[in-house]
Design a binder for this molecule. Sequence first.
Ligand code: GLV
Ligand code: MG
Length: 338
Amino acid sequence: MSVKPPRKFFEPLAIGAPAPYRELPVRLERMIHFFPPHNEKMRAKAAEIGKTVDVLLGNLEDAIPADAKEAARAGFVEVAKAWDNPGTGLWTRVNCLNSPWFLDDMNAIVGEAGDKVDVVMLPKVEGPWDIHYLDQLLAQLEAKHGVKRPIMIHAILETALGVENVAAICQASPRMHGISLGPADLAASRGMKTTRVGGGHPFYGVLEDAAEGKAGRTLFQQDLWHYTVAKMVDACQSAGIKAFYGPFGDFSDDAACEAQFRNAFLLGCVGGWSLHPKQIDIAKKVFSPDVAEVLFAKKILDAMPDGTGAVMIDGKMQDDATWKQAKVMVDLARAVAA
Ligand code: GLV
Ligand code: MG
């Protein structure tokens, strides 16, 4: 499918030239840590937690009860107004476009805290038209309230139609920051037979071949999200924006959370969501490159100073293409160390 280049809604942003030549922002965003802003205790902890995460997000959408929507919105504005932590991104997830709360969310966030908020996460995005609408609304509200820095948009990929249109969504506006997989809503939208927030399923697998005389056969579990994550990463990278794995809801299974995050990292994602404080460290570990891998990548860069040719390192052939892979790892390691 060919995708039209993004329409220019305003002068180019400081982040640079249009996709796909735009440099990705170097800011680390290994975890987007969610908090429920209607909860007073959580609000009180927000500034402190903000020092331990790459991104703090005030959630206004799913998981916030309908009768707490206004309190959550007001609570997030309160946290944003007091926010004094420029090293950490401050985001919010607003309610979806056709909900009764979306417009009030946007008016309050941009009107009362527009200069403090970096990114608005928009759920249930189905096509570029959703991004065009939010882009124009942000432009109106920023102009009205004299917001000096454009607020970026992060879309959640969580409907079957959204997956169909993911490339066009990524390229819909220069405000696009990135995309997160929303496996829970996507499972429902696709009619998948699961009741989980992300992760695998014990019955989704491949059975080993039947062998003569062998009693049991092993089912090798597969990654339910492989296709979607790979499709999302291609769409994001083609547009010069970032891809993220989303939530992992089973807080009792840290190993599975780590494995799911790692698959996403290896496929090209830069971060995931943390919904529980213990997932902060899991994300930090997984979305920072492994030391041994970085040392090996460094050997490749050192052996090919101009990035061309072919060399053998530890019995493995390296060339211009592995040099580029090595550079991704070493650049990320430098960003983590900085
Ligand atoms: C996240 O919003 C999801 O639906 O998984
Ligand atoms: Mg969702």
